[in-house]
Design a protein around this ligand. Structure first.
Ligand code: PLP
Length: 473
């Protein structure tokens, strides 16, 4: 392909994209293809000779599109959102076209300096104090792994990277049962081991970990020769939106001299609304916080905002300086960002944040989130009236869980019934929901978060859930 052709097809692609977004309601939310269907329709070998872009584009529409689940669909109520506002899409096109590798300040000064400013904008927007700096990671999984590695190095006086863990006392990390599986994996990857993730029991409607139990677990571990290294608090857990009492946990972290990481991957974006900040009250005392701007906020994948109270703790964990990278530009006031991330290579992620925040403005983003929260509450109310549907966990921000629970069924039969309900709902493609397990029983999650969701979509969701449920009992 030549650049002249790129211009023509680039315009076509943008036009296609705009039309796609405008007509999303015509598509089923979750792809309705059978497994293997797409694979079967693809040629087994790469072509030797160039093919015509007309053909490639036509195959994209014919073969690929039916196999897409539409995350930007206004009736996507599954998982958490992965929003991509138009301005952020545009910025990605520009960033992808320049295709800069932004590892060091000098490999693109604008990328490093804009990233620093965007971290400050978002830090202020979510109400955190000015001492916080940070970095944009690809995903929350990476941010959390970076935090766990920092805990490891801090606990081992910076010797873990060189000596490894052999011969050391077993390190311990503390979290509740409500934390995301990325914490388990961070324990695997850091060499600490998932057996050393100590699960603290939760309590209350927010399913938050019990600070007294946390304190006791740490004391017991110390007495048994373990080496406590850090705590991971959840704000907006994936299953039900569980929130730990960060203020109370941070006091434990402080008195025990442990590093505290807060996983607010989903809920963190909502903190641009001051009224939601009670959910992470005390977050300013955390050492590290991750919030995914690529979820609710609208900067598309990948864009995890990793806020750090002291950047140097992470920098000391991750910095390596081989000769071929040089150190130019890293002595000054503006530091190289590859020293704060696991990967060396870095995309220019700050550009989409900048475009997004300027093109939308914080006020509009706030009102979008407030609508979502209000609608989630409305749906929870409306589906439970005069029906066999029960709300299992009430809305935390824009997420709640429910299940169909007619009288007289065994717990196992209820699980089967709800799986059936979920499959029927998703097979229509009108809305898309996903399951979870709460206290070992199946429940269905409902979250509102897509940028384009409108009241009519909320009505459709209520109708779809009520009617499908009514057909099953
Ligand atoms: C989505 C999510 C994650 C994982 O985020 P990635 O960016 O996909 O790694 C972790 N924790 C919570 C609470 C989440 O909602």
């Amino acid at each position: 392909m030549q650049w002249e052709t790129f211009e023509y097809w680039g315009q076509k692609a943008v036009r296609w994209g705009a039309n796609y977004r405008r007509t999303l309601r015509e598509h089923p939310v979750r792809s309705q293809v059978e497994m293997g269907e797409i694979l079967k329709s693809l040629p087994p070998c790469a072509p030797e000779e160039p093919e015509r872009m007309e053909d490639i584009f036509a195959d994209f529409e014919r073969t690929i599109l039916p196999g897409m689940t539409h995350w930007q669909h206004p009736r996507f109520f599954a998982y958490f959102p992965a929003n991509a506002a138009p301005a952020s899409v545009l910025a990605e096109i520009l960033a992808d076209t320049m295709a800069a590798q932004c590892m060091l300040w000098q490999t693109s000064p604008a990328a490093t300096e804009l990233e620093r400013r965007m971290i400050e904008w978002l830090r202020d927007a979510v109400g955190l104090p000015a001492e916080f700096g940070g970095v944009i990671q690809d995903t929350a999984s990476s941010a959390t792994l970076a935090a766990i590695l920092t805990m490891r190095e801090r606990a081992l006086d910076g010797k873990g990277n060189t000596r490894g863990l052999a011969g050391q006392p077993a390190l311990r990390i503390y979290a509740s049962n409500e934390v995301h599986s990325s914490i388990d994996r961070a324990l695997w990857f850091s060499g600490i081991g998932a057996d050393n993730l100590v699960r603290i029991p939760t309590r209350g409607p927010m399913r938050s970990m019990d600070p007294a139990a946390l304190r006791e677990a740490i004391a017991q571990d110390r007495a048994s020769g373990f080496l406590p290294a850090g705590i991971v608090a959840a704000v907006g857990g994936t299953s039900t939106g569980a929130c730990d009492d960060v203020a109370a946990i941070s006091q434990v972290a402080k008195s025990e001299s442990l590093y505290l990481h807060v996983d607010a991957a989903w809920a963190g974006s909502a903190m641009i609304c001051p009224e939601f900040r009670t959910l992470w009250h005390g977050a300013e005392h955390a050492d590290s916080i991750v919030l995914n701007a690529h979820k609710w906020l609208g900067a598309q994948l990948e864009c995890s905002i990793h806020l750090l109270r002291d950047e140097n703790t992470l920098r000391n964990t991750l910095t390596i300086a081989p000769e071929y990278l040089g150190t130019h530009g890293n002595e000054g006031e503006i530091r190289n960002l590859c020293d704060l991330s696991l990967q060396l290579g870095r995309r220019f992620r700050a550009l989409k944040v900048w475009f997004l925040l300027r093109a939308e403005g914080l006020a509009r983003l706030r009102s979008m989130m407030r609508n979502h929260v209000r609608w989630a509450n409305e749906v929870a109310e409306r589906i439970a009236i005069d029906s066999d549907i029960e709300i299992v966990t009430p809305p935390i921000l824009s997420l709640f869980t429910f299940r169909l629970a007619p009288a007289g069924l065994t717990p196992d039969a209820l699980d089967t019934l709800n799986l059936d309900l979920l499959a029927r709902i998703n097979d229509t493609g009108r809305i898309y929901l996903t399951p979870t397990r709460i206290d070992d029983r199946l429940a269905i999650r409902f979250q509102v978060g897509a940028i384009e969701t409108a009241p009519e979509d909320i009505d459709t969701a209520v109708e779809e859930i009520r009617n499908t449920a009514a057909g099953l009992v």
